[in-house]
Design a binder for this molecule. Structure first.
Ligand SMILES: O=P(O)(O)OC[C@H]1O[C@H](OP(=O)(O)OP(=O)(O)O)[C@H](O)[C@@H]1O
Ligand SMILES: [Mg+2]
Length: 179
């Protein structure tokens, strides 16, 4: 049913699972003994975060923030709104932000600067997807799952108008759905 709205599959379910294993192994090594605070950015990061943390074999804590800048459409409003803050103090902590995608970069630039300002010991970013052609502000992730072309992608957490987050793969939405 949902599949009818998808122009093409970019990243399959198997490829997504394999990437969680691969990134989990790297993060297990990089965060051994550090008890990082893993910060999931709601809502898009949920499926990726759930798969990734099961592959990190180290003590970690988890917290969430809600920010929003797309307000349902396919282009960033340019204004990042903090809707729910962390419950945990970040001072002195090693922070690992988990995101589904860096597109314009506005969301992550805002978040990374906010957490650094709060005197985190370190702030690193793991993003499942990177869309370099979408960038309007300068920010790079420390760990990237896949690069994607400059098209609107959905699935595995990523939405259009709050739909398609539950697709098990990443796909490109047919233009007629959002035009
Ligand atoms: O690099 P940017 O252009 O800022 O775009 C990336 C952000 O936009 C999306 O979130 P959205 O605001 O749509 O919230 P959501 O996770 O609830 O979908 C996505 O999940 C990232 O957080
Ligand atoms: Mg969204």
């Amino acid at each position: 049913m949902l599949e009818q709205d998808i122009k093409k599959v970019l990243i399959s379910e198997d490829e997504l699972q394999a990437k969680a294993v691969e990134l989990g192994e790297v993060l297990t090594n990089d965060y051994a003994g550090k008890n990082p605070l893993v910060v999931g950015i709601l809502k898009g990061s949920v499926p990726f975060l759930a798969d990734l943390i099961k592959r990190i074999d180290a003590h970690l804590e988890m917290d969430f923030m809600v920010v929003s800048s797309y307000h349902g459409g396919t282009s960033s409003s340019g204004e990042v709104k903090l809707i729910k803050d962390l419950d945990t103090s970040v001072e002195g902590r090693d922070i690992l932000i988990v995101e589904d995608i860096i597109d314009t970069g506005r969301t992550l630039k805002y978040l990374a600067e906010l957490l650094e300002h709060r005197k985190a010991n370190s702030v690193k970013i793991v993003t499942l997807l990177d869309k370099p052609e979408g960038r309007v502000v300068e920010i790079d992730a420390d760990y990237v799952g896949f690069q994607v072309p400059n098209e609107f992608v959905v699935g595995y957490g990523l939405d259009f108008d709050e739909n398609y987050r539950n697709l098990p793969y990443i796909g490109v939405l047919k233009e007629e759905i959002y035009q």
